[in-house]
Design a protein around this ligand. Sequence first.
Ligand code: URA
Length: 217
Amino acid sequence: MPHAAVNSPASVHHVTHPLVQHKLTLMRKRSASTVSFRALLGELAMLMAYEITRDIPTQMITIETPLETMQSPVIDGKKLVFASILRAGNGMLDGLLRVIPSARVGHVGLYRDPQTLQAVHYYFKMPENMPERDVIVVDPMLATGHSAIAALDKIRACRPRSIRFLCLLAAPEGIAALQAAHPAVPIYTAAIDRELNEHGYILPGLGDAGDRIYGTR
Ligand code: URA
């Protein structure tokens, strides 16, 4: 499928596969340890990678099987960029890279101002030659959408061939905000939760993803 078709019109892909839902339930539990939270996030990233790359381009190459020469499809992993929104996005990188080890990695450093909940930039690094690359922006939590929008603003300025957004949990408010700001970017999520609380946390959610990945609280 040509890439223009992937990014138009934008859509929300709710990944309802039982394995994804099962692992997400385990992660949500308050009692999940840092070790198991991190491991489950890695496994979920692998499973979500399967969904989000469903329509990336393939090309035919000639290979030798033990019996014959044949034409067989491959992806060009180097054309993919996983753009992690720091710091929680990094929790999904290992899983994504296990599935597509040749992908490039970009980083967007943002933090949420606790008063305004607005995203503040402190770091941005993408690979070269972005116009020939397909970007998957990664952040486990799509809450207010402020960080995702700020990250996508910067990434879009690099003019990549296509952009997708990957999260685990999305709040309706975050989806609406992201779609309003970046209508051409498809969103892939394992769950759409009820709402945000007054601090911008997703309810029922799973708490602070960064703290739970890194054991900082
Ligand atoms: N970021 C998180 O880590 N958790 C939320 O619920 C919202 C934003």
